[in-house]
Structures are given as C-alpha cells and as structure tokens.
Write a protein that binds this ligand. Structure first.
Ligand SMILES: Cc1ncc(COP(=O)(O)O)c(C=O)c1O
Length: 419
C-alpha cells in the first residue's frame, strides 16, 4: 500500500511545481510598506497595481484611527464563539441593517470570510432536487460551493446568454422531474478579465424561466452603480437579484463579507449557513471598521470619483497605445500580450526591476497557451504620474517582447531551470 504522502513528494501540483523558481518573486512576493500606490518589493519602490484597495481606504487616516480605537477597545478576540451561540452583538446587527439599506435589500447577514460564506450560501440555498446553472468562469468560491451540491449542475459558456438559455432549458426539464428549483449564479464583475456579468439579460430571462438569481459582486460593490451599490445597480437590476454577495476584502479594504436579500431568505440563511454556525463570529474591530468604511462609501463620493479618474486615464492611455484590454467594463484592467511562460517571467522581471512596476501576471492554464495577461488594479490612491510611468514602461516592455529580447532571456531562464 502507498503512503498517503507519496503523491505529494512526487508532485507539488500545477503551481507548486514552479515553487523552486517562482517563490518569493512570481508567487508569494513580499510587498512591504504601507498599503498604497507605491510600496517596496525586494528593497525597491514599485508602483503597485496588484491590490484591490479600490477606494484607497486601506490607509485612509480616518479609517486607520477607527480601526486602532476599536482594536484598543475590543481587542481581537471579542466576541467569542459563533454568532448563533455567543458571538452576536448589536453592532453586527447595525452593520447588517446599514449594508442592507446600502445595497437596497430588505436584510443582510454578515459573514466572517467571503470565500467560505459563498461556499456555504450556495450549500444552504440548494437541496439535492435543485439544479444549479452557473458561469463557467466563476470564481473558485462558487465552484467549491457547487461541489458541495448533491444534485445536478450545469455550466454555461462565459457571459453567453444563448448558452445560459440552453442550460436553463435542460435545468427546467431536470427540475420538473426532481421537483426542485433552479439557482443561477454569476459574478457582478469577473475579477480576472474585468467584464461585468450580463446581469440585465440574465434577469430578463426570469420572464421565461423560473429561477432564483445569486450574484457574487466582490469587485462591483463600492466601485459600480450611482451610489456604489454595485453591478446590479449599475445595470438597473438590483431588484432582480435574489441573493446579493460582496466581500469586505476589496472596496472596503478589510476582512469579512455579507449577503443581502429578502428578510425571510436572510432569516433562513442565518440558521443554515454552516460556515457561520460552526465558526467564530467576525471580530468586533472588523465590524466597527466596516461601519466606518461603509459610512465613507455612502457619504464621500470623492474616493469613487478619484478611482474612476485613474481607471479612465490608465485604460484610455493603454488603448491609445494599441494595447489589448479585452472587454473589461470595470476597474479591473487586463493587458493581453502574446508570449510563452518563460518570456512572461523575463518580462515581469524587467517590469519590476528596471521600471519599478508591480502587477500580477496570469498565464496558462488560467488563460489560453501563448497568452500573457498582466492584470492591473487601479485605485483611488494612484496618481496620474503613476499612470504615465506605467504607460511608458508598458511601451518599453512591448517593444522588447516583440524584438525577441525576452525570448533570448527566456532561453537562459529555461536553461537555469533545467527545462
Ligand atoms: C469574486 C470573488 N468572490 C469571493 C471572494 C472571496 O472573498 P474573501 O477574500 O472575503 O474570502 C473573492 C476574493 O476576495 C472574489 O474575488
């Protein structure tokens, strides 16, 4: 019989196999200093385009003050226990009420983490007779939530309404046989490529099909819509979203998350979300911090305006220079280039070491072979100077990619890797 660990000694997994060459630089890099437009990497200042602090609240002095005072008052333990047992407070309730009002829903429920919260909301919403229909490009937390489902599930092609309809036809037949219902899941904004989910078209299908609509709006909350209530508000269909989810890990620059919807549904979920019933409640310092951040989202539009000024300068500047940004409709700014993985590594090293630009890099198997995706996240703390420096750097790296410099450098990288 094999030792359970044999496979682990043999194979570190699709990303882990690169650890020896990539760790500390391409993966698990250590960005140091205050969270802002400029941080330090490997001892050098870099313009940081890889942090989802969309509204620049992470280091806002008022926010930091409230965080510090709350930490002093409550410590990091309070309240102890799960919400249902001993971890419930007035302030958790206040935060829920304010979040619900902000996203224009009857009620909300605060989650200690977004990922686990999404997984268990999906788990709690469906039973074995129900059918889930979800976008094939869904975030890992949706995929993992669907994995728990004992019944049928269908994926539809990314943002493809025809494919969604086909799968709704199949799901309807299936649900009629089992006696269950249908849950459709989309993201409000797809975080890798920046496209908004086609919420309006999906919501319109409610006239033809009987389903409930669940939207993960991690990247839309705070950044889209007239009041910042997200992609549903932006597309005018917030009322058609039956369960709305957003995390505090992006616009709110914190930890935690929430779901919102009709009161009866939230009441059900608060008694059935296993990730909340059997895990510690969100700490009070984070609850107090979330109330402060929400107040800023609500009362001070300048952060969102500043964010969009930077988004527009960056995206227009890149497009004017002929870069391919795919079909982003949000702050997420993907830049698609053609090249191999070793070329991508040489290019990113050049960007960081010689141009002082730090952004995330995505390669095969997340995107098709032969493509390099550089993903930039503009925030309200960036400046137009940061944008200009970045535009110049991108022109320079494109030239080197096209004239074969990185290919030559890549050959030596491959040799060093023994590949
Ligand atoms: C689309 C999406 N959903 C859910 C999550 C998980 O949220 P959290 O970081 O709060 O666990 C993320 C990442 O933060 C995300 O991008």
């Amino acid at each position: 019989m094999k030792d359970l660990f044999d496979k682990i000694y043999r194979d570190k997994g699709p990303l882990g196999k690169w650890a020896e060459y990539a760790e500390g630089y391409f993966v698990f890099p250590k960005l140091e200093g205050e969270i802002s437009n400029r941080m330090h990497f490997n001892g050098k200042e870099v313009v940081t385009w890889s942090i989802n602090d969309y509204l620049g609240l992470a280091n806002n002095p008022e926010v930091r003050k409230v965080d510090a005072e709350a930490a002093l008052k409550y410590g990091s333990a309070y309240p102890m226990g799960a919400r249902m047992m001993s971890g419930h407070t007035d302030l958790h309730e206040q935060l829920q009420n304010e979040l619900a009002a902000f996203v224009k829903k009857e009620a909300a429920y605060v989650l200690n983490f977004g990922y686990q919260g999404m997984v268990s909301t999906i788990d709690a919403l469906v039973g074995k007779d129900d059918v889930i229909v979800y976008d094939v490009d869904a975030h890992a937390c949706i995929i993992d939530g669907v994995r728990l489902h004992m019944g049928k599930r269908f994926t539809y092609k990314h943002n493809d309404i025809e494919s969604l309809e086909k799968n709704l036809d199949r799901a309807t037949k299936m649900a009629e046989q089992t006696g269950g219902g249908i849950l459709v899941i989309s993201e409000g904004v797809f975080g890798m490529r920046g496209e908004q989910g086609r919420l309006k078209e999906i919501a319109a299908l409610k006239k033809k099909y009987n389903f409930r609509f669940f939207v993960d709006d991690a990247h839309g909350f705070g950044t889209l819509g007239a009041t910042g209530a997200g992609a549903g508000e932006e597309q005018g269909v917030q009322d058609d979203i039956d369960v709305y989810f957003a995390t505090f890990a992006k616009s709110m620059a914190s930890t935690g998350a929430f779901i919102a919807g009709d009161k009866e549904i939230m009441d059900y979920l608060k008694y059935n979300l296993r990730s909340q019933m059997f895990a510690k409640s969100l700490q009070m310092q984070l609850v107090v911090g979330a109330l402060k951040r929400l107040d800023m989202l609500r009362s001070d539009k300048s952060h969102k305006e500043k964010l969009w000024k930077i988004v527009s300068a960056l995206q227009t500047g890149l497009r004017d220079k002929g870069f391919d940004l795919g079909s982003t409709q949000s702050c997420v700014t993907p830049v698609y280039l053609k090249g191999s993985i070793p070329e991508a590594m040489a290019l990113v090293k050049d960007l960081r070491e010689n141009h002082g630009i730090f952004c995330s890099i995505v390669v095969y198997p997340v995107i098709p072979k032969g493509l390099i995706l550089l993903r930039l996240i503009p925030t309200a703390s960036h400046t137009l100077e940061d944008v200009n420096v970045t535009l110049e750097a991108f022109s320079a790296i494109r030239e080197r990619l096209e004239n074969g410099t990185y290919k030559r450098m890549a050959a030596s990288v491959m040799e060093a890797m023994g590949a």
